[in-house]
Design a protein. Structure first.
Length: 206
């Protein structure tokens, strides 16, 4: 997690550098929106790591940069955007979604977002477009590897059921990766819709 915060801080710094060159005298503002509660220990660790990375690059909180942190969803997002920050750091989809509903001009760097493309936050991972960019927490090619491993363990397998919740963008992207792999190893995959643990048990015949 510290490595991710190091990268995230670097991305925020990269967005601030042009502003420093243009107007070196003005104190910059970085907005931070978290989906966690203010007293959550994980939230405090993330903020401390972000501040440390910024300070290593010459951006000191309450010095040449002011970090404004908010917690929660829609109202907090609107409050943060109203401050007109130079860049906003968004932690998780629940923070990113209301921010993008509030502004399409303020640059946003996000992290801990499972499927930014499927959720409609960015156009593609290579070319995000819009005002948001960041880091996804999942590599969907891993899902395809699951199918490959299953075929190695049981070479005679021809049909595979995939438990998934179609309401989750993460599940949609995972299934797409599995579908793409299936023909290359001679397997037919069938989606099995589930929404809770009870339905998983039913699907598995328990």
């Amino acid at each position: 997690m510290r490595r991710r915060q190091f990268i995230l801080g670097s991305a925020a710094i990269a967005l601030l550098l042009p502003a420093r060159a243009q107007q070196p005298e003005r104190v910059r503002c970085i907005g931070v929106l978290m989906s966690l509660d203010a007293d959550d220990p994980e939230a405090q660790v993330r903020l401390a790591t972000l501040r440390a990375r910024l300070e290593q690059s010459g951006w000191a909180d309450r010095g040449n940069v002011q970090i404004e942190t908010r917690f929660g969803g829609g109202e907090s997002a609107a409050d943060l955007v109203a401050l007109a920050p130079d860049v906003i750091v968004a932690y998780a989809s629940m923070a990113l979604a209301p921010l993008l509903q509030t502004t399409r001009t303020v640059p946003i760097v996000f992290t801990i977002v499972a499927d930014p493309v499927g959720a409609g936050f960015v156009e593609t991972l290579a070319r995000p477009g819009g005002n948001a960019t960041g880091f996804t927490t999942y590599d969907y090619s891993i899902s395809a590897k699951w199918l490959e491993l299953l075929k190695e363990i049981a070479p005679s397998v021809k049909r595979v059921g995939v438990l998934r919740d179609a309401a989750l963008t993460l599940g949609t992207a995972q299934f797409a990766a599995i579908q793409a792999m299936a023909p290359t190893i001679g397997v037919e995959v069938t989606p099995i819709g589930v929404h809770n643990t009870f339905e998983i048990g039913v699907a598995l015949g328990h």
